[in-house]
Write a protein that binds this ligand. Structure first.
Ligand code: NAD
Length: 475
């Protein structure tokens, strides 16, 4: 069976105590590999390697660090197909999604932050009190912790700005989907990336993740994952006054107004709920529909959802694959049962596919109010609800009736309404007549229970640097 080891100081290694965890293929529900089950000792080794590499890496001209990131992007692009297959098998992701969207986005992340390294500039102030300029210095060794839903996409979204800004990294991918991050670290070693600059420690969150958060030489932690774990990390990091960036869960509303071209946008609205089996933090899981089009929208939407092709992720035609793990499958199945117990009507789906693997049919539920658990708690699966609204205020009341605040999409032809609603919706990311339209320069992140801080563009470069202001008297 294939084994994914840590990559520390440019070398692939077993866990210090020799333990392994199984890695499953969600399409068949069986283990196909093992991943090193790391400990604090492995994190310690990775930190030592990263700290040793830091002086030389941070002293490189920005353009040299950019060149390394470009080189890694080129090497990844040359092996796009291998990476896409690995991602598809590891996470049950439709191969088309991995090949056409997610691995290309990982390549873009590396290239984007290579450019950012050469463009990152800092402020100067004068005219009030002498001459001030602000240095933006790399922090040193930083930690990244990423989830299973977009494994390489989110892994590179963190390591690329960290490296571009001159830091060295100890990265922990999800133990559920460790394959492509391991491949990337091995690729980095193959192309001669300076040793110790990018280190990967695998393992369970409470062991390896917490060891990263608690290690005194790790200066900042960038985390993407669940709200519960984000809070745990915030609690551990606070007494150390450690810098954290937390990208957490969501319960995103999709607002469909009667004046929108909703029939034309139906495919995108369906995709916004079910892409990657709903396992994207930005998926719309509460679709709010203006009452006078409610029945027409509901019927057309359900018809489109029923037509989604659910099946083997390795098949080019598959649109919806399995859920990532047995535990997550059980959670989503329980959430559907709970929605029914709360009085929800299952309009389609609600069942599992009768084959091996963790498949849940795309599920649409209506008849539930804003206060129930189904409409308040993140399910993170192929499950969305429909709720009618009567006015802009009513739509906003429903949209903002959750503790999360990550993303929202607004569908209308009325520009005035669009901007008015966008300004009043509690979310860090709002799309108008679009979903998951990304410009990597924009701030990315959520409010409330969806997180703390922003990633993306110069926000990420600032997170991974310390500002030091230097003031000089002008006499
Ligand atoms: P998770 O919180 O269970 O795990 C995320 C990562 O944290 C994994 O690498 C895990 O091993 C690690 N971890 C677990 N316990 C830890 C601990 N005690 N200390 C430190 N690290 C620990 O999340 P998941 O199930 O992998 O991912 C799904 C969640 O991620 C969803 O809630 C989703 O909304 C969220 N998410 C958010 C964004 C965003 O940008 N806001 C993007 C993708 C996913």
């Amino acid at each position: 069976m294939r084994q994914f080891g840590h990559v520390i100081d440019g070398e692939t290694r077993h866990a210090a105590d020799g333990r392994w965890l199984d890695v499953f293929d969600p399409a068949i529900g069986q283990a196909f590999a093992q991943v090193a089950s790391g400990t604090a000792a492995d994190v310690g080794d990775a930190v030592t390697a990263a700290a040793t590499a830091f002086p030389a890496w941070s002293a490189l001209p920005n353009s040299e660090r950019a060149r390394w990131l470009e080189k890694l992007a080129d090497a990844l692009e040359a092996r796009l197909d291998d990476f896409a297959h690995a991602e598809s098998r590891d996470g049950g992701k439709p191969i088309r999604l991995a090949r056409d969207v997610e691995i290309p986005r990982a390549i873009s992340n590396l290239r984007f932050f290579a450019h950012a390294a050469t463009q990152f500039a800092s402020e100067s102030h004068h005219g009030q009190a002498g001459l001030n300029y602000t240095l933006r210095l790399p922090l040193g060794v930083v930690g990244t912790i990423s989830p299973w839903n977009l494994p390489l996409y989110l892994f590179t979204w963190k390591i690329a700005p960290a490296l571009a800004a001159g830091n060295t990294v100890v990265a922990k991918p999800s133990e559920v989907t460790p394959h492509t991050a391991t491949m990337l670290a091995e690729l980095a070693a193959e192309i001669g990336f300076p040793q110790g600059v990018l280190n990967i420690v695998h393992g369970a969150g409470p062991e390896v993740g917490e060891a990263i958060v608690l290690h005194p030489a790790i200066k900042a932690v960038s985390f993407t994952g669940s709200t519960a774990v984000g809070k745990r990390i915030a609690g551990l990091a606070a007494p150390m006054l450690k810098k954290v960036s937390l990208e957490l869960g969501g319960k995103n509303p999709t607002l469909v107004f009667a004046d929108s071209d909703w029939r034309e946008h139906l495919d995108t609205i369906v995709r916004s709920a079910f892409q990657n089996s709903g396992q994207i933090c930005l998926c719309g899981s509460r679709i709010l529909v203006e009452r006078r089009i409610y029945n027409a929208f509901r019927d057309a939407f359900v018809e489109r959802v029923v037509a989604l092709r659910v099946g083997d992720p390795i098949d080019d035609d598959t649109q919806v694959g399995p859920l990532v793990s047995q535990a997550h499958f059980d959670k989503v199945v329980a959430a559907i049962a709970h929605a029914q117990a709360e009085g929800g009507h299952v309009l389609c789906g609600g069942t599992t596919l009768q084959r091996p693997g963790w498949f849940v049919m795309p599920t649409v539920i209506d008849g539930l109010g804003a206060d129930c658990a189904t409409n308040r708690e993140e399910i993170f699966g192929p499950v969305t609800t429909l709720q009618p609204f009567d006015s802009d205020d009513d739509a906003l009341r429903l949209a903002n009736a959750v503790d999360y605040g990550l993303a929202a999409s607004i569908w209308t032809r009325d520009l005035n309404r669009a901007h008015h609603v966008a300004a009043r919706i509690d979310a860090g990311i709002v799309w108008i007549n679009a979903w998951l339209m990304r410009d990597l320069r924009t701030p990315f992140g959520g409010m409330g229970q969806s997180g703390l801080g922003r990633e993306g563009g110069m926000e990420a470069m600032r997170f991974f640097t310390e500002a030091r202001n230097v003031g000089m008297a002008l006499t």
